[in-house]
Design a protein around this ligand. Structure first.
Ligand code: MG
Length: 254
């Protein structure tokens, strides 16, 4: 069942989303060669607490940290470690914040220092795919219009959509219905209605689409060790069109 949110709930989610975006900016400002994943997580955790929120992932099904931090070929769900960022790395940062009982969720893949042009292209395409998906988050469209729009952008660029990982509804819970695949034909699935709040999140690789779960039972990486990228926004379907609730994060999108 897809939970439609009231106008007041969407405003509350937007406040959570603002804190998500601010925290991601703090992470971006902290991330440089030599900084460890544990340090990034601590900085984010403290910033969120200082602003009255709590990191949604911490304790979620036993996840131990505020941030999911996934370097290079790791796609999502990386547990922060003592690994130190190196020049040329891509670090995917995924963050949910709960504020006054409402949740917003966003992710950005950050470059560390100067990166390879091919890596930059992967980031650019993933952001274009997210934008194309968000554009379809309109009342009257079908859910899979989002999926299809993402897939077209990614595959026309020669990259792969990871099929086993999906976006999701969000708001009162971290993961609500519906699941939102990043591939598929348009015109399928539920008709989008105002008040739906969706975490749209292309997860892509520069190589093949297959991934595996590490022994920690969380971290997920590409099987062929190709670079991965992940961008995510929480979006409300409104009468005026798609509203990005993690908007300040848009400033991070280049
Ligand atoms: Mg997320």
């Amino acid at each position: 069942m897809i939970i439609r949110k009231s106008a007041a709930e969407i405003e509350g989610m937007a406040r959570a989303g603002e804190l998500v975006a601010e925290t991601l900016q703090v992470v971006a400002d902290t991330l440089e060669p030599g900084v460890s994943m544990l340090e990034l997580d601590r900085v984010a955790d403290e910033y969120i607490a200082a602003h009255g929120g709590s990191p949604t992932s911490k304790g979620y099904k036993g996840f131990p940290a505020a941030l999911c931090l996934s370097p290079n070929a790791m796609v999502v769900h990386g547990i922060p470690t003592s690994y130190r960022a190196q020049e040329g790395d891509l670090i995917s940062v995924d963050l949910g914040v709960t504020l006054n009982g409402l949740i917003a969720d966003s992710a950005v893949t950050f470059p560390v220092g100067d990166i390879d042009p091919a890596a930059q292209r992967l980031l650019d395409v993933c952001q274009e795919a997210l934008a194309a998906g968000i554009e379809q988050a309109r009342a009257g469209n079908h859910l899979s219009d989002i999926s299809h729009a993402v897939q077209v952008v990614v595959e026309e660029a020669g990259f792969s959509v990871i099929r086993s990982l999906v976006g999701h509804g969000v708001g009162r819970s971290y993961h609500e219905d519906p699941q939102i695949p990043n591939y598929g034909p348009a015109g399928r699935g539920p008709v989008l209605q105002t008040g739906m709040t969706l975490a749209i999140e292309p997860m892509i690789t520069a190589g093949g689409p297959d991934v595996y779960v590490h022994e920690d039972d969380w971290s997920i990486s590409s099987v062929d060790a190709s670079l991965a990228a992940h961008f995510e926004h929480t979006v409300a379907v409104t009468a005026e069109g798609p509203r990005i609730l993690t908007r300040a994060g848009a400033a991070l999108l280049r």
